[in-house]
Design a binder for this molecule. Structure first.
Ligand code: XLS
Ligand code: NI
Ligand code: NI
Length: 436
């Protein structure tokens, strides 16, 4: 078959000294680490929406991207080209997975029935391409935020007809995710929130959202979809407030509605920033509760307050991300999905490759730094030392449940001044820098 991106070659690993735009400097897909290849450890994924469907628009600017399907009038033909392009690029870039929304890969029809028919056609093409390609599906999801019918929410819409439509759409999206061997299914509630409390019954909306998730869990069971369900937290944008605000809000929601056994989280770097957290905070929170499922690896601009979805190039962040991920024992069925888009000025097809290379090199470098940090116990040893008091004496007895306020008062009343110890923050920051 004719190449769609002849200007992008198969990308090779050339090592840290290479100055070539289209070569890996750090990510070495075939390199062996802990009995696996780096490709298997890092589980990179390409986001269909940004890389294949994205056109380089912004709120002030027209499409800028130059793509092989420009000028193709038939939307189904353009959709077929995009799907072929996805397989071509993931193979050339040694990216083992991709992710998609139903509406990214095929256009809508007049009715949901017709939309589903178009979707089936493109899904069949993807399945066909998988026969000869190593590219696999990390997760599928439903776009329930672009069409005006979802302006007031999908599962949290005040209109039950919209709830019904969303249910039908997710039913189909789970079916096609299963059909393509997807390892996870994601829910990101872009419009599941509110613009103003003046017109919103927040309790009812969240009850309905939980009902919706329960139906999804039941349906997955019914059709034998064994993939992991993931919620993707985001505090705002497009709505003023989203119910899946951050990892802690998702955890509270899942606990309250007894959905914890069925869901993990897909944590996105730029969403953490919007919630006022570091990415490490979000990953740590999820990991400690056993719900760290997958990652949307991108980054925001620290000076802007919206989801700029840039490729992850910050080595400090990638190192601490990989630290939490390795402490989690990896991402299991999850992966590192580049939910990221090239800047509007990076309009060439080559920029797509260069951007993914930059992201993969940064994550691979973070991975190596974090592995060495863990192997050396560089942060574990100082941590153990800081909490040493809890391993014996009064600390151990408190943790064993042997103390109460009265017994502790008896100890404290005549205590001599407590000797303080330093938190050593700056030293620890320099330790991390040493490994990067
Ligand atoms: C938007 C989200 C979205 C999800 C999938 O901010 O990141 O792209 O990952 O719906
Ligand atoms: Ni995302
Ligand atoms: Ni996002």
């Amino acid at each position: 078959m004719k190449e769609l991106f002849p200007m992008i070659p198969k990308i090779d690993y050339e090592g840290p000294d290479s100055d070539k735009e289209l070569a890996f400097k750090r990510y070495d897909p075939e390199a062996a680490v802990d009995g696996k290849t780096e490709r298997e450890c890092l589980r990179f994924s390409m986001a269909f929406w940004h890389t294949m469907t994205g056109e380089g628009k912004d709120p002030f600017g027209d499409p800028s991207a130059v793509r092989p399907w420009d000028g193709v009038d038939d939307p189904m033909e353009a959709a077929r080209m995009r799907m072929r392009g996805l397989f071509e690029l993931t193979e050339k870039l040694s990216i083992p997975y991709f992710c998609f929304h139903d509406r990214d890969i095929a256009p809508q029809g007049e009715t949901l029935r017709e939309t589903n028919r178009k979707l089936d056609e493109i899904v069949a093409l993807a399945k066909e391409l998988m026969k000869t390609s190593p590219t696999r599906l990390l997760w599928g999801t439903a776009n329930m935020f672009s069409d005006p019918r979802f302006m007031h929410g999908a599962a949290t819409s005040p209109d039950p007809n919209v709830f019904a439509y969303a249910a039908a759409q997710v039913k189909k999206a789970i079916e096609v995710t299963k059909e393509l061997g997807g390892q996870n299914y994601v829910f990101w509630g872009g419009r599941e929130g509110y613009e103003t409390l003046l017109n919103t019954d927040t309790k009812r909306e969240q009850d309905n959202l939980a009902r919706f998730f329960r139906m999804a869990v039941d349906y997955a069971k019914e059709i034998g979809f064994a993939g992991q369900f993931l919620l993707e937290p985001k505090p705002k944008e497009p709505t003023k407030h989203q119910y899946d605000f951050d990892a802690a809000a998702c955890y509270g929601f899942l606990s309250e509605y007894e959905l914890l056994p069925y869901f993990k989280l897909n944590i996105e770097t730029n969403h953490a920033t919007l919630a006022g957290h570091t990415m490490q905070h979000e990953l740590r929170f999820a990991r400690e509760r056993g719900i760290l499922g997958s990652v949307d690896a991108n980054q925001g601009d620290e000076l802007l307050g919206w989801d700029t979805d840039q490729f992850p190039t910050n080595l400090y962040v990638s190192t601490l991300m990989m630290y939490e991920i390795l402490k989690n024992g990896g991402l299991h069925s999850g992966g590192l999905n580049f939910d990221a888009k090239v800047r509007r000025g990076s309009f060439r097809p080559e920029d797509i490759a260069a951007a993914h290379i930059a992201g993969m090199d940064s994550m691979a470098r973070g991975y190596r730094a974090a592995s060495r940090m863990i192997a050396d116990g560089a942060l574990d040893a100082p941590l153990a030392e800081r909490y040493a008091g809890w391993r014996s004496g009064i600390g151990a007895s408190i943790e064993a449940g042997e103390q109460d306020f009265e017994s502790l008062e008896a100890i404290a009343l005549d205590m001599e001044r407590i000797a303080l110890s330093s938190g050593r923050q700056e030293f620890l920051e320099s330790v991390v820098n040493r490994y990067i």
